[in-house]
Design a binder for this molecule. Sequence first.
Ligand code: KMH
Ligand code: ZN
Length: 275
Amino acid sequence: MEKLIITAAICGAEVTKEHNPAVPYTVEETAREAKSAYDAGASVIHLHVREDDGTPTQSKARFQECIEAILKLCPDAIVQPSTGGAVGMSDLERLQSTEVTPTPEFATLDCGTLNFGGDEIFVNSDNTIFNFAKIMKERGIKPELEVFDKGMIDIALKADRKGLLVHPLHFDFVLGVQMSATVRDLAFMAGSLPPGSTWTAAGIGRAQFDMAAAAIVMGGHVRVGFEDNLYLEKGVLARSNGELVEKAAKLARLLGREIADPNEARKILGMAPRR
Ligand code: KMH
Ligand code: ZN
């Protein structure tokens, strides 16, 4: 089986230090968390950034600072800025994370609108999705297609039929927000992709390691990190993103799957070697 790509979603836009004191806000904390994940085997850092007080931001300047700080500590890591940002941000605000220098090699592309808990709705109209895809294609950024249910795979494939995506496609199944997170759900999602696609499973909350274990044996890839889950095990907060990555890497080794380094990950994802 192909080596395993581990993505660390180190921060997110929703979790706070009240949930887990290790959630990073400052540039230094963000770089520290990325480094802990990288050292434990993460080749992709999925990145949201915060102001020093924890407020989520898509500011180009803040992304620039955080990416530079991360790459100083993890020189060959694949940094994947979020274009999802936080609920309520405008499209133009969200796209700022793709405007840093040098242009990111990878970024998320959210493929549908979803209920985000309570009254929160994360809005991604077809036109937003197609426009983000077009901009990413023009800028040479590989999109990670964020899909929170099967309908979003179909929307991504609509963008593909319009010529807005470059193959091979890579999907991230975020399971446990809008769609439940069971092995049956994961198998349905993985079985719905066009041949040649790659995929990562991101289980939310206690589903993080269930989905990781299933993805490891199914030949998918794995995302862990504070954005999706704050606990190492029931009742035990993870002290760093590195601890969550370490647990995923340990599961993979137990199951006989080797871990990809960043350059191996680029190859598996069909990306150009490090710029
Ligand atoms: N914070 C969510 C509203 C992404 O990074 O592209 C959007 C999100 C997805 O986390
Ligand atoms: Zn995210």
